[in-house]
Design a protein around this ligand. Structure first.
Ligand SMILES: Nc1nc2c(ncn2[C@@H]2O[C@H](COP(=O)(O)OP(=O)(O)O)[C@@H](O)[C@H]2O)c(=O)[nH]1
Ligand SMILES: [Mg+2]
Length: 315
């Protein structure tokens, strides 16, 4: 069997291979993605929050809770902050290691910023593959600090913002615009001092937040991921949100948003790749011989290998 056949037969090694293809932007990955599209019906849950807030530990607990019900789960840990060292990712791996031998659990780390398709595009592609593979749940762990992480959170069905009682954590999230995309807020490390105050602050802030689709009220939950306290309630709240999406016909728009996001990230990657070449066009723009738009059109056409080189002559 080739990799694609093995993938559709449910072989996890083939899944790992396919993910590498997608991550590296290889055409084989694109072909498989096209076939895989639209299969599966996973619940996609984004876990976002600052480094160290306990996302991986929480994911580990959620894996446990999901597995107790006999459902399968994949975790995609995205760490854009360390493309070279992978240090944080190693930590994530270790935290979820106890599920290592469990056939119903698949954990994958990605640190692919800079590869063709970009971090964001590769991540959403990976999501599509995991979904097609048939997992019941997919957790995507991202660091909620940059725009692309916010975007990834946006394409999840349910986005969980993980905060801690640490001073300023909520303020940071608010500033980064992550608060607005959170469907659920979790104050983790509730064993540390200051938790009650943060919960109160969050609830007060949410009073003034813009209304959410179909009247969803963002709940503020508390967990101690280190001991597992509150994780069953968290999973229940995630399911409640999923039901809300279902009841109001909001799941399909999410799926479309995911596809739109993939297209946008390809365009972005093409743009970056284009901008690397074309010194003579750069000089032409600086000299006022071409508009930036004209130069951009030529560069993009070059990357896409369009037969439109002639058309640019008119530009
Ligand atoms: N006190 C306390 N520590 C926690 C809790 N949850 C996680 N931690 C610790 O916080 C650190 C960062 O956790 P991690 O899951 O890697 O955070 P991530 O960077 O958001 O994935 C680790 O040392 C965890 O053991 C908790 O509920 N209470
Ligand atoms: Mg982590």
């Amino acid at each position: 069997m080739n990799v694609a056949e093995s993938f559709f037969a449910g072989d996890r090694r083939a899944l790992a291979r396919a993910l590498t293809w997608v991550e590296s932007g290889l055409p084989e990955g694109e072909a498989l993605l096209k076939r895989a599209r639209g299969r599966g019906r996973a619940r996609v849950v984004g876990l976002t929050g600052s480094p160290g807030s306990g996302k991986s530990t929480l994911a580990d607990r959620l894996i446990g809770a999901v597995r107790e019900r006999g459902q399968t789960v994949a975790v995609l840990a995205v760490d854009p902050s360390s493309p070279f060292t992978g240090g944080a990712i190693l930590g994530d791996r270790i935290r979820m290691m106890r599920h290592h031998k469990d056939e119903g659990v698949f954990i994958r780390s990605m640190a692919s910023r800079g590869s063709l398709g970009g971090l964001a595009g590769a991540t959403v592609g990976a999501l599509a593959l995991l979904e097609a593979f048939g997992f019941d749940w997919i957790f995507v762990e991202t660091v909620g600090v940059g725009q692309s992480e916010v975007d990834i959170a946006r394409v999840a069905d349910t986005t969980v913002l993980v905060l801690t009682p640490a001073a300023g954590d909520a303020v940071q999230a608010f500033k980064a615009g992550v608060m607005e995309i959170a469907d659920l807020i979790v104050v983790n490390k509730f064993d540390l001092p200051g938790g009650d105050r943060v919960v109160q602050e969050l609830r007060a802030t949410l009073e003034f937040a813009p209304p959410r689709p179909a009247g969803w009220q963002v709940p503020v939950l508390t967990t101690v991921a280190a001991t597992g306290q509150g994780t069953a309630e968290l999973l229940k709240a995630i399911e409640e949100h999923h039901r809300h999406l279902e009841e109001h016909g909001l799941l399909e728009p999410h799926r479309l948003e995911r596809a739109r996001f993939e297209i946008a990230s390809v365009i972005q990657a093409l743009g970056l790749e284009s901008a690397r070449g074309g010194d003579e066009l750069v000089r032409a723009v600086a000299a006022g011989e071409l508009t930036p738009r004209q130069a951009a059109a030529r560069l993009v056409a070059r990357v896409l290998d369009l037969p439109g080189e002639g058309r640019q002559g008119r530009a």
